[in-house]
Design a protein around this ligand. Structure first.
Ligand SMILES: [Zn+2]
Length: 62
């Protein structure tokens, strides 16, 4: 069985690996595009992964 060279990334449990979303503000700009803002996950700061130290702390709590 092949072994992986690297451990798989630890996915952020708060956003499930989808760290940024576009939220519509309503209406359209003069080019006809939806007006949006991007919101990042506050737990992982938009990376989508969980730092190793946080993973260890979570496992230790269980
Ligand atoms: Zn996240």
């Amino acid at each position: 069985m092949p072994e992986l060279d690297q451990a798989p990334a630890r996915i952020c449990p708060n956003c499930d690996g989808f760290p940024a979303v576009a939220i519509t503000l309503g209406g359209r700009n003069r080019h006809g595009h939806l007006r949006t803002v991007v919101a990042h996950c506050p737990a992982c700061h938009g990376t989508g992964t969980q730092p190793l130290a946080a993973s260890v702390r979570e496992v230790a709590r269980v």
